[in-house]
Design a protein around this ligand. Structure first.
Ligand code: G3I
Length: 355
């Protein structure tokens, strides 16, 4: 604690807190007093994007000022590329790759294989043809963006929702439970020898059972020789979890010595269903505490394991959490509000990141 008794971190975070309290900046004008997040972060900082954002100058200005990495929110997935007739349309992902290159931003590919997509196009294929089309898709997509992406979420959300075992899906039923995962990593490695290949999942901090199952899966796949190059923890944080869970998962995840990507951070202040007795201040304080814990746990990793820290949306209004009409207004899960002004979550993250 410095001689003046004030916590140094508070002093460093004060400009951010002040900016957050100054309320809405004119739409599109990021408060210039705010140092770019990418200039104070201990690693690349990413934001998810979709092509519609590129036609919004306010989004482009704010995103390129604060971030140096992009993840396609949905347009590099099967739903955007693969037709039900198994035709390929790369229009949207190509535009994202071009934007990243134009702005000098790293591009993280998301996601080659996901349990929730692709079933229609693979329905009715016998085992042999299924495997051929599976390999063909991964080779085509990972091959197309070789030299354009720095990394891929090769398999997304392989662990069961409750953390007990792995998901049963069209991929596992045809190619085997671990088999489809190992195959995807091998195909991706063959198509792009330079990309860092991630296994990505969510609720790993929120649900210790799921986090442990995920890490056992990583260990098993590595032992099987799968070319896993990184661990992606989505970090859609439940801000009501006990202190320490995030820190424990990050320490456990570090055991493999692999790069770790906080890949989809948001921290909703809403509680699903039922009456929520928490005051606005209580929710803000919970969010600040858990986001700070995540940032500090990430900072405790060796530099070689700090791949990137990515948020799942630029402004609160861009979030998948607020986009659904049922979600209603009032949530603030991201670093900037709808006007582009920093939120208290930005202050928390910037305060933790600053040395
Ligand atoms: O923008 C189009 C619109 O033009 C069209 O009229 C409409 C109806 O087809 O679709 C709109 O695109 C939707 C897009 O979100 C933007 O709203 C897609 O259909 C919809 O599938 C897409 O959902 C995305 C979802 O993944 C599925 O791909 C969400 O944006 C995205 O936030 C969400 O992200 C996932 C991660 O990939 C994995 N981890 C969980 C995370 C949240 O679910």
């Amino acid at each position: 604690m410095p001689a003046d008794g004030l916590n140094r971190r508070f002093l460093l975070a004060a400009p951010f807190a002040l900016a957050a309290c100054q309320g809405a900046a004119p739409a599109g004008a990021a408060p210039t007093a705010l140092p770019p997040l990418k200039s104070i972060a201990p690693c690349p900082v990413g934001v998810c994007a979709m092509t519609g954002h590129f036609d919004d100058p306010a989004w482009v200005d704010l995103a390129t000022r604060h971030f140096n990495q992009i993840t396609p929110e949905w347009e590099m997935k099967m739903e955007a590329i693969l037709g039900e007739d198994r035709s390929y349309d790369f229009t949207r992902p190509d535009r994202i790759a071009a934007f990243a290159a134009e702005k000098g931003m790293r591009l993280h590919g998301h996601a080659l294989v996901w349990y929730s997509q692709g079933a229609e196009a693979f329905t009715g294929l016998d085992r042999t043809r299924f495997a051929v089309e599976y390999d063909r898709y991964i080779a085509a997509v990972a091959g197309r963006y070789r030299g354009k992406v720095v990394s891929w979420d090769v398999v997304n959300e392989a662990v069961a929702e409750d953390g007990n075992g792995l998901r049963d899906c069209h991929w596992s039923r045809s190619l085997g439970q671990d088999g489809y995962i190992i195959r995807a990593f091998e195909q991706a490695r063959a198509a792009d020898p330079d990309a860092v290949l991630f296994l990505n999942d969510y609720n790993l901090e929120n649900n210790p059972v799921k986090g442990a199952t995920f890490l056992r899966l990583v260990e098993r796949l590595l032992k099987a020789g799968a070319p896993i190059g990184g661990i992606g923890t989505q970090s859609h944080l439940d801000i009501e979890i006990p202190a320490g869970q995030i820190t424990t998962f990050m320490k456990d995840a570090a055991q493999f010595g692999l790069p770790i990507h906080v890949s989809e951070l948001d921290a909703s202040r809403r509680r699903d269903g039922g009456f929520d007795p928490r005051s606005a201040r209580q929710k803000q304080d919970q969010q600040t505490a858990r986001v700070t814990e995540l940032a500090e746990a990430y900072l405790s990793l060796p530099e070689r394991q700090r791949f990137a820290f990515t948020v799942w949306g630029l402004r609160d209004s861009d979030s998948w959490l607020t986009r659904d009409a049922r979600a209603g207004s009032g949530d603030s899960p991201l670093l900037f509000d709808a006007t582009g002004a920093p939120t208290t979550m930005f202050s928390a993250l910037a305060g933790a990141f600053r040395p």
